[in-house]
Design a binder for this molecule. Structure first.
Ligand SMILES: [Zn+2]
Length: 388
């Protein structure tokens, strides 16, 4: 049973009702930068949608609409935060001035709202955790509050240090916004890498109305279970967080071309090469819809009802790995939404996280040829131990 309309979790007072926000409420969308390598054909009209990000987000969105129509929500993320740092004088990346002397902010918003996207994010620049970052966010809130918008979301691309250093200020500022807000977390490493960060993020989600958490990993599910209005999970590691500008992201081991694989029982991503090296091929068979399709198409041994989780080893497996990842996280969220009420949903999520911690141990002791290779991330321990 899907969560019915009027469900207590989702019917609390909202700043925006009867708006396009309703079309994404309770959904986890696929966050993409390069749609060519993304499993867009697996995005479901009943449960998901797509966030287009990166330099070519607008072009990719238009092309997608031409080729696939609009059977589900499509969100435009101009991703100004990838390149530029916000200042109090310039929190947004604006269109160049026109000959007619138009207001550049109004012109930029009008261009965003003129696309056919269900919702558009503001072109907010990257917000470092500093006095200047706080002043820039305050200015951004003032600017969006001063204009009328219909399908705009205030993008809030914060450095992860905000979670622990400026949590109170962030909550106060975002509760002052008249339009919905969307957090995007930036870090050179994993943005939610400690129990303290996981706790702060959950508090932010719980204390701000109409907030989304975008461009993340399984952290999206903890956010949804605790009241985020919608969320998105990245198709690639670069769209499961953002890298602080002006430096550019780098591949830790450029020679390793294997894809990142979401291991269902562990609720965690591992490089395909690591799984192939440490796991025996005849164990840990995945039977998500993508892996069953792969088996049905003759990908493995005849009669095997799925695909070994250790079978995503090369660059050629990238598309299959991305399809598998999408099916695993969307299946997890689909199962959680079957719970009858928010309390049971939170308890079920906490139980899943506890089981994932146990599975890490099982992988280390029974499946892996070498011990203590699979270590639960601290956030998983927080999610497991704090159901409320
Ligand atoms: Zn699978």
């Amino acid at each position: 049973m899907l969560t019915p309309p009027g469900h207590p979790l989702f019917s609390a007072s909202r700043k925006v009702t009867g708006s396009p926000l309703d079309s994404v409420r309770d959904l986890i969308l696929l966050h993409v930068k390069n749609p060519r390598s993304a499993p867009v054909e697996r995005v479901s009209s009943s449960a998901q949608g797509i966030v287009f990000s990166g330099r070519q987000a607008r072009e990719h969105l238009s092309k997608h609409i031409r080729e696939h129509g609009m059977g589900y929500p499509l969100v435009l993320d101009p991703s100004a935060y990838e390149k530029e740092v916000a200042t109090p004088d310039s929190p947004f990346a604006l269109e160049p001035p026109s000959l007619y002397g138009e207001d550049q902010f109004a012109a930029t918003l009008s261009l965003l709202e003129g696309t056919r996207a269900t919702l558009s994010l503001t072109p907010t620049k990257y917000l470092y955790s500093s006095r200047e970052g706080v002043m820039a966010l305050r200015r951004a809130v003032e600017m969006v509050n001063a204009v009328e918008t219909t399908n705009l979301i205030l993008s809030v691309p914060i450095d992860t240090a905000w979670l622990t250093e400026l949590c109170d200020e962030l909550i106060t500022l975002l509760n002052g916004a008249d339009i919905p807000t969307a957090l995007i977390l930036g870090s050179k490493g994993n943005p939610v890498d400690s129990e303290r960060q996981a706790a702060s993020l959950r508090r932010i989600i719980q204390e701000i109305e109409d907030i989304a958490l975008l461009r993340t990993d399984m952290t999206a599910i903890d956010a949804m279970v605790h009241g985020a209005v919608f969320s998105s999970i990245g198709d690639t590691s670069s769209t499961r967080r953002t890298y602080p500008p002006p430096s550019r992201s780098y591949a830790p081991s450029p020679s390793d071309r294997s894809p990142n694989v979401l291991v269902p029982g562990l609720l965690a991503y591992y490089r395909g090469s690591k799984l192939a090296y440490h796991l025996r091929a005849d164990t840990a068979l995945c039977s998500c819809w993508a892996c069953v399709d792969w088996a049905d198409m003759g990908g493995g041994k005849p009669g095997t009802p799925g695909r070994p989780i250790s079978g995503f080893q090369d660059k050629e497996d990238q598309r299959d790995a991305h399809a598998h990842n999408l099916e695993v996280w969307s299946g997890t969220w689909r199962e959680l939404r079957r719970e009858e009420n928010p309390f049971l949903m939170r308890r079920a999520w906490s139980r899943l996280c506890s089981e994932a911690i146990d599975h890490h141990e099982r992988y280390n002791r029974a499946i892996s040829l070498k011990r203590d290779v699979f270590i639960p991330r601290p956030a998983l321990r927080f999610w497991a131990n704090h159901a409320r």
